[in-house]
Design a protein around this ligand. Structure first.
Ligand code: LLP
Length: 415
């Protein structure tokens, strides 16, 4: 479902005109739709209906407490990658037992915190992590439920920065090394083997690589079973892509179908860890045009959002549609839509055809995932406000930061 639609030339978020949201909360401002978040979750749930399955939202995509709370109430578990994300999940009302902990460099403190909380599974990414975890669990007198995150060496055919399942990536344990490590894990006092995990990359549009990875995971599960190591869970990660521009995007059921077909006779519970596909299309970044500048070769729309608010264009050369909040049929020209940050890489879109004037509002679309979550304070810019729209109501779910907050942890020292 698309929660952001035009009515008589005015862009709405559900039943609210975005101009009203900008008036109330100012800009830049992230705006999310409750209905779209819910629909994205329900699409997974219905694609997985009739199976033993668990949807663990990948918190890194958007970790706002209100969003975590919404997913917790819908029944989701959570895929976390830090102690900070664990704290957020617990603060948002998520259940520790529904948490899986991924990540290549978990610290001792993080392992301890997760054991104390009694999370559902540690997705272990190296031999040393396994040994470390077993030791800490033993000291604490508990056992750590684990899956080994295997690297199936499948090319996910996505941007190299967000591809994680190839041999040369830092992620996971090479699939051929997994069997001996499971044998060792079985003997470790602090460890209880729970499953296998794998995640091959993000913004995947073709279901075939994920199905290929699932096939390799299944082959390993069968070899383990032959040695008497039975698994409760198969965690197939996240990665399903969304439409940013003109990509052909399969629906959730269509994307999962080849994988589910391979898994149809399995007893194990299936775990999925989607991030982007649950929140990406449910959010936009609302920004105001501060300055219009016609240069010798290019025209610039300098807006009040920047690379510190939405880093994806600068970092991956990613495309986000940029829509006028009011379409008035004026004559369009090509603009570089850029922020005020002092970097030439600070752009939100190149060569966009827009009819705009200073003071107009623009919506940077598909910004619900890896938008606010990757924002920074570069150039001492307070982070944007976040608003969750529910029908005709807008709720502020994160205040705009104040400038004073930016340096409240800093100290001038007597030198
Ligand atoms: N599970 C693990 C272990 C992951 O590393 C990730 C994402 C996910 C699940 C969720 O993947 P998703 O369903 O969102 O594709 N900042 C980048 C994306 C980085 C993804 C990192 N890992 C971007 O803005 O495109």
């Amino acid at each position: 479902m698309n929660p952001f639609t035009y009515r008589q030339g005015i862009l709405y978020a559900e039943d609210l005109p975005l101009a009203g949201i900008a008036g109330r909360f100012s800009t830049p401002c992230y705006v999310y739709s409750r209905a779209a978040l819910t629909a994205a979750y329900e699409a997974y749930r219905s694609a997985l209906a009739g199976r033993s399955a668990h949807i663990c939202y990948a918190v890194k995509a958007n970790s706002n407490l209100a969003i975590l709370n919404l997913f917790a109430r819908l029944g989701a578990g959570f895929d976390i990658v830090s102690g900070g994300e664990l704290a957020r999940v617990l603060a948002a009302g998520g259940r520790a037992a529904d948490v899986v902990f991924s990540g290549v460099g978990k610290t001792r403190e993080e392992l301890r915190a997760a054991l104390t909380a009694a999370i559902g599974c540690f997705n272990v990414e190296s031999e040393s992590e396994l040994i470390r975890l077993s030791g800490i669990a033993e000291q604490m007198g508990v056992t750590a439920p684990i899956a080994l995150r295997v690297n199936p060496d499948v090319d996910a055919k996505t941007h190299p920065y967000i591809s994680t399942g190839l041999k040369n990536n830092k992620f996971g344990i090479a699939i051929e090394d997994a069997l001996p490590l499971y044998r060792r894990a079985r003997m470790m006092p602090g460890i209880a083997i729970k499953g296998i995990a794998c995640h091959i990359g993000s913004q995947l549009l073709d279901p075939a690589p994920a199905a290929e990875a699932a096939l390799r995971v299944l082959a390993l599960a069968d070899r383990l079973a032959a040695e008497g190591i039975d698994l409760a869970d198969l965690d197939l990660g996240g990665g399903m892509g969304i439409r940013y521009h003109d990509e052909e995007v399969p629906g959730t059921a269509e994307y999962l179908a080849p994988m589910l077909d391979l898994l149809k006779d399995r007893r194990e519970r299936l775990v999925f860890a989607p991030g982007r596909s649950l929140v990406g299309s449910a959010g936009l970044l609302l920004t105001r045009v501060e300055v219009v500048k016609h240069g010798a070769e290019k025209s610039f729309a300098i807006v009040d959002a920047a690379m510190n608010d939405l880093m994806r264009p600068a970092l991956y050369d990613a495309w986000h549609d940029i829509l006028p909040v009011r379409r008035d049929g004026g004559s369009e020209r090509l603009y570089e839509v850029v922020g005020p940050v002092c970097e030439s890489g600070d752009f939100l879109g190149h060569g966009r055809s827009l009819a705009i004037a200073e003071g107009d509002l623009l919506a940077v679309m598909s910004a619900g995932a890896y938008g606010m979550a990757m924002s920074s304070n570069y150039n001492s810019r307070p982070r944007a406000a976040e608003v969750l729209v529910d029908g005709g109501q807008a709720h502020l779910i994160r205040d705009r930061e104040s400038v004073a907050q930016l340096y409240e942890l800093e100290r001038i020292v007597p030198l």
